[in-house]
Ligand binder design. Structure first.
Ligand code: CA
Length: 225
C-alpha cells in the first residue's frame, strides 16, 4: 500500500519513511505543503500522513482542499502536543486521526494499520485466498501451510493483489499502489515482479492463483476463466 508523507522536518520525515519501508509500505515524501497537495491530487494514495505546520501551505488547508475536492483518502494528522485546537480543527476538516509529536514509531504504525484496515469490512489482519495466506501484521506469507519468503516489493505486490482478489488489477493500478513517484512507466518491471511472485507462489502448486488478463493486467483468484 502506498502512503504520502507530508512533513517538512527532514529528520522526522526520513525516520518515518525508513520505518514505513521496513514494513513494506511504498512511500512518497513532500517536504512542503504545496508539493504535498499536488501529489495527493495526482496520485492514488491509500493513506496520507500530514504534518500541520508546513511551508507554503499548512496541513489544515491541505486537508480542507482535499475533502472539498472529494478526495477521501484517509488522513493521519501530525500535531504539536501543545496545540489541541489544531487537532480538533483537523478532525472537523475531515482528518481521520491525529498523532501528537513526539511519538513512538510503533504508535504511528498502529494508527497507520488501523486507518488502512478501516477500508476493509473484515478487521482480521490475515488475507486469504484458496490455500494462500498473508498476515499483514507479521508479514508472513504461507501457501498450503508452507512459509514463503518474499522480498519487500514482492510482498507489497502480493498484498495489493490479495486486497483486490477476484478483480482485474491493471498495470496502472499496480504502478499507482505498489510503486512510488520514481516509477518508470517505460519498463516492464511490473511483469518482472509478477514473474518472481509466480515462481514463489504458484510454480510448485497444481492450482495457479495469479492469472494474466491479456493486454490489461492480472487477477488473483482460485479458478481461471
Ligand atoms: Ca512541520
Amino acid at each position: 500500500m502506498r502512503i504520502l508523507l507530508v512533513e517538512d522536518e527532514k529528520k522526522i520525515a526520513n525516520f518515518i519513511e525508513r520505518g514505513l519501508k521496513e514494513e513494506h509500505y511504498i512511500v512518497d515524501i513532500a517536504y512542503d505543503g504545496e508539493k504535498g497537495l499536488f501529489l495527493a491530487e495526482i496520485n492514488a494514495y491509500d493513506l496520507i500522513i500530514l504534518d500541520i505546520m508546513l511551508p507554503f501551505k499548512d496541513g489544515l488547508s491541505i486537508c480542507r482542499e482535499l475533502r472539498s475536492k472529494k478526495i477521501a483518502t484517509p488522513i493521519l494528522m501530525l500535531t504539536a502536543r501543545d496545540r489541541v485546537e489544531d487537532k480538533v480543527l483537523g478532525l472537523d476538516l475531515g482528518a481521520d486521526d491525529y498523532l501528537a509529536k513526539p511519538f513512538e514509531f510503533e504508535e504511528l504504525l498502529a494508527r497507520v494499520r488501523a486507518l488502512l484496515r478501516r477500508k476493509e469490512t473484515d478487521k482480521s489482519t490475515i488475507l486469504k485466498i484458496a490455500d494462500l495466506e498473508l498476515d499483514q501484521l507479521t508479514h508472513k506469507v504461507k501457501r498450503a501451510g508452507r512459509e514463503i519468503s518474499l522480498t519487500s516489493k514482492e510482498y507489497t505486490l502480493l498484498e495489493y493483489l490479495m486486497l483486490n482478489a477476484n478483480q482485474v488489477v491493471t498495470r496502472t493500478m499496480i504502478s499507482e499502489h505498489v510503486w512510488n513517484e520514481d516509477f518508470d512507466s517505460f519498463t516492464n518491471v511490473i511483469d518482472v515482479y509478477i514473474k518472481y511472485l509466480r515462481n514463489k507462489i504458484d510454480k510448485d502448486f497444481k492450482r495457479q492463483l495469479i492469472h494474466t488478463i491479456r493486454g490489461t493486467g492480472y487477477t488473483l483468484k482460485e479458478r481461471s476463466g
